[in-house]
Design a protein around this ligand. Sequence first.
Ligand code: ZN
Length: 114
Amino acid sequence: MHELGICDALLKMVDQVAKEEQLACVRAVTVEVGTLSGVVPKYLVDCWTAVSDGTPYADTTFSVEVVEGTAKCFDCGQEFAAGINDKLVCPFCGGNKLIPVSGRDLTLKEILAD
Ligand SMILES: [Zn+2]
C-alpha cells in the first residue's frame, strides 16, 4: 500500500502550499497519475480520505486524472500506449523488452482554493 505514503506526502505538499499562499480554504486537489506509475487511482482516493480525516482538508474534493503512459519497444523501436493492466508486449513485433517512456509520474496538478 504505497498509496498511503503518497497521500501522506501529497497532504503535506498541499498544506505547505496553502500556508505559503495563505489560502483560507482548499476546495479541490487534482493529481495526475500515469498508467505506468504503479499507483491505483481508486486506492489513492481511499487513502486521501484516510489521511485527510481530522485535518482541514477532510472536505477537500480529491480527484485523480489518469494519463496514459507510453512505452518503447527495444526490438523494433516503436512507441505505443501502455497501461498497467496491459500484458506488456509490443503490439508491433510481440517483443517484451519494453522501456517506459512516459506515464511513470504522479504529479500534483492543481489546487483550487477560495
Ligand atoms: Zn516491437
